[in-house]
Write a protein that binds this ligand. Structure first.
Ligand code: GDP
Length: 409
């Protein structure tokens, strides 16, 4: 693992994908994240019981850009770039490429169905790309929802050690919230509005919460010898130690932190965002990218001062113009600069640099290592192309034959 300095602003960036079997709730989770992070604003009053309906119908009518190749939002001082990962086409170049540009992922499961075939195949692709993940067991409000069974299916079919950090409060239609087993606090979403209320663990759940906390500590201690020492001591493992161990296990791919909720009922998405920030890596926590320069393999760390190198992972044609989505791996690029498309052997000019948001695009002057942005200006660069400083060419991915420009109305 690569350590990161807290002074480095890149540690506040999370480039994430949301992965799911069709219908598990990827769209709903994405919408909730964009709503909670303020990039989608609800219009008018929301009355008891109508939150979900309002959210769905009004926002869909407005044609929000949740299906952009990447959407930026902010949570708790962090910038989260959500990268769209097409779930329906297994093993396509597009899925592979989107997995390549993200640093971490949230895997969404259905609390009734547990692990389904598509979640399994995309999980394996993540394994191949070394993408750290956390799991969100969604649809806890459904009849037949069973967190323990879903967790067992994660253990059996995906094979990582599940590290369950929450205890559900209520079941099925009566699911109202969770006990956060790290802080031993109850998080409840009362009916009618989507705001999370924090309080003490209900008396009836106290013993079960303590038992589950102990199970979590045992699972961590088994996987993480470093945490064992404190665990074996008489005193309980501190929340901070446990959180650090969970992050290390996540980054090493040895365990998967499991949370639960109901995106449709607006329950559980705030702690999911907190967990994404706490446990999933920033661009400086992942290994340097590798590329080919001449005959040699060269590594580039996420260093804004290094030579510029970026991978084009999607090109779309929109009303704003031809948007070329880039993951910047090293260096810095500014408006008006000229870059080299290594595979195609031609120069391209970066005209405008945009952070694509659900509600509007924010224009910025520069993009640095770790950033995901869309640029306007390149005329021919295709998905899969490497753009880099003309003085330091590095081929990140061989060019592919057919990657059409996608038209977005
Ligand atoms: P996707 O195919 O993974 O993007 O799934 P969607 O987000 O489109 O959700 C599929 C269906 O499940 C839709 O009808 C959603 O309204 C519904 N859904 C999503 N989240 C929940 C949830 O937490 N509880 C319930 N009961 N239904 C949900």
């Amino acid at each position: 693992m690569h350590t990161s300095s807290p002074a480095n602003p890149l540690t506040g960036v999370r480039n994430l994908g949301i992965l799911a079997h069709v219908d598990a709730g990827k769209t709903t989770v994405t919408e909730r994240i964009l709503y909670l992070t303020g990039t989608i604003h609800k219009r008018g009053e929301v009355h008891d019981g109508t939150t979900v309906t309002d959210f769905d119908s009004q926002e869909r009518d407005r044609g929000i850009t949740i299906f952009a190749a990447a959407v930026s939002c902010a949570w708790d001082g962090h910038r989260i770039n959500l990268i769209d990962t097409p779930g329906h086409v297994d093993f396509s170049d597009e899925v592979e490429r989107s997995l390549r540009v993200l640093d971490g992922a949230i895997a969404v499961f259905d609390a009734v169905a547990g692990v389904e075939p598509q979640s399994e195949s995309v999980w394996r692709q993540c394994d191949r790309h070394g993408v750290p993940r956390i799991a969100f067991v969604n649809k806890m409000d459904r009849a037949g929802a069973d967190l323990d069974a879903a967790v067992e299916s994660i253990r059996e079919r995906l094979h990582p050690a599940p590290l369950v950090v929450q205890l559900p409060i209520g079941a099925e239609d009566g699911f109202t919230g969770v006990v956060d087993l790290l802080r031993m606090r109850a998080l409840v979403w009362p009916d009618g509005h989507g705001t999370c209320e924090e309080g003490p663990v209900p008396d009836a759940l106290r013993e079960e919460a303590r038992r589950r906390r102990r199970l979590l500590e045992e699972a961590v201690a088994e996987l993480h010898p470093g945490a064992l020492e404190e665990f074996c001591a008489e005193s309980a493992v501190s929340t901070a130690t446990l959180a650090t161990a969970l992050r290390e296990l996540t980054l090493a791919g040895e365990g998967v932190v499991v949370l639960c909720g109901s995106a449709y009922r607006n329950r559980g998405v705030e702690p999911l965002l907190d967990a994404a920030v706490a446990y999933l890596p920033s661009p400086v926590d992942v290994p340097p990218v590798r590329g080919i320069r001449g005959d040699a393999v060269e590594e580039r760390a996420a260093d804004p001062g290094g030579p510029f190198a970026a991978l084009v992972f999607k090109v779309t044609s929109t009303a704003t113009g031809r948007l070329t989505y880039l993951r910047v791996y090293s260096g810095t690029i500014g408006k008006g600069e000229v870059v080299w498309d290594v595979g195609a052997r031609r120069t391209e000019r970066i005209g405008r640099i945009l952070r694509v948001r659900a509600d509007r695009h924010a224009e910025v002057d520069r993009a640095v290592a770790g950033d995901i942005v869309a640029v306007i200006g390149p005329k021919a660069a295709r998905a899969g192309a490497t753009l880099c400083a003309p003085s330091a060419p590095l081929l990140l991915e061989p060019p592919t034959v057919a990657d059409p420009v996608v038209s977005v109305a």
